[in-house]
Design a binder for this molecule. Structure first.
Ligand SMILES: Nc1ncnc2c1ncn2[C@@H]1O[C@H](COP(=O)(O)OP(=O)(O)OP(=O)(O)O)[C@@H](O)[C@H]1O
Length: 317
């Protein structure tokens, strides 16, 4: 079925709504490690095998996201979450594999992807001397949104995100980091995107603001049929918001499923009747080495196996 999605800010876009929203197929991104500044260290690094001079930030990841799904990407710092998001949003080109959005390829159909996708990240760029209203009006103009309509929508969104009216017209540079982050989030919501990529949108926000953002994300899916990919370090947020979560470790996809299923599986591995917590699920899939049933038998419990493997890694390092 082909449907024409009406985005208030963009021209009409025709997409096949029966297709999966995002298909990531065997995708990798390899970066060169920075060369050390000092001569002897640089010589040592240069002498290493080529694969040691590289970082596989994303390593053969495959993941399919259905339309109207909210999928979380969890992983430790440096595990490759942002790199994956950047490849979906055309900011980075995959070195292997392919990514498509409603059948459009991120390399061949870059322009179309940019119209379908909106990405929010903490490093959003703004005119710091201008106010949130001026910054967002500027963004709205880029999308050909009429001024009066834009103003109304900006006031509504910023209000919903808890930004007081007197702050809306004051310079952005005087606002706290969390407040500036809310303006970045507002900018993504302004365009009612078809696919929304949220890179740690609630990191550093207070609990009430986190809930405001989460409610907005849910509304975008429920009312505007948006498909949402969100990276987060907050396990409660993952449980509350995501239909499914993926756990990434050193660039590799280690687990994918509903939080309920993952908690049950890890609970069973831990030899418990009740499900594990999401924190335990996270620790399990991001451990130095996957903890197997054999490890658990060998060390007597999941906890002891975890400690022993972590100690082994520390010794190796
Ligand atoms: N432009 C780059 N050049 C070289 N290495 C990079 C570059 N971007 C990322 N990396 C490396 O790739 C790996 C993955 O980084 P990435 O930012 O994707 O992790 P992340 O999971 O988003 O981390 P965090 O939770 O801290 O935001 C890291 O080792 C990082 O140092």
């Amino acid at each position: 079925m082909v449907a024409t999605m009406k985005n208030p800010l963009l021209d009409e876009i025709t997409i096949d709504v029966t297709r999966d929203a995002v298909v990531i197929d065997g995708v990798s991104k390899i970066f060169k490690k920075p060369r050390p500044m000092f001569g002897w260290l640089r010589k040592k690094a240069d002498a290493e095998k080529p694969e040691k001079q590289e970082i596989r930030a994303v390593d053969r990841v495959s993941l399919t996201i259905k339309r109207r799904e909210i999928v979380g990407i969890l992983g430790a710092n440096g595990s490759g979450k942002s790199t994956l998001i950047r490849m979906i949003s055309t900011l980075l080109i995959p070195d292997e594999g392919s990514v498509s959005v409603f059948g459009y390829d991120v390399i061949k159909d870059e322009r179309m992807i940019q119209r379908l996708i909106n990405r929010v990240s903490v490093e959003a760029s703004f005119f710091k001397k201008l106010s949130p209203m001026e910054n967002l009006l500027y963004a709205a103009r880029l999308y050909n949104m009429p001024g009066a309509e834009a103003r109304e929508r900006i006031n509504m969104i910023l209000g919903r995100l808890g930004i007081k009216p007197d702050r809306i017209n004051a310079p952005l540079e005087n606002m706290s980091r969390g407040m500036q982050q809310k303006v970045a989030i507002a900018r993504a919501f302004l365009t009612s995107p078809i696919v929304l990529l949220l890179d740690e949108p609630t990191t550093g926000l207070d609990p009430r603001s986190k809930i405001d953002v989460q409610n907005f994300v849910n509304e975008l899916r429920d009312v505007h049929d948006a498909t949402i990919l969100i990276t987060t370090h907050d396990m409660d947020e993952a449980e509350a918001l995501c239909d499914r979560v993926s756990i990434i470790d050193q660039g590799r996809l280690m687990a994918l499923g509903t939080t309920e299923d993952l908690k049950r599986q890890v609970g069973l591995l831990m030899g418990r009747e009740e499900p594990a917590t999401m924190n335990e699920v996270f620790m399990h899939y991001t451990a130095t080495r996957q903890i197997t049933e054999e490890d658990i038998k060998r060390y007597g419990s999941w906890e002891r196996a975890f400690e022993a493997l972590e100690a082994e890694r520390e010794e190796e390092e």
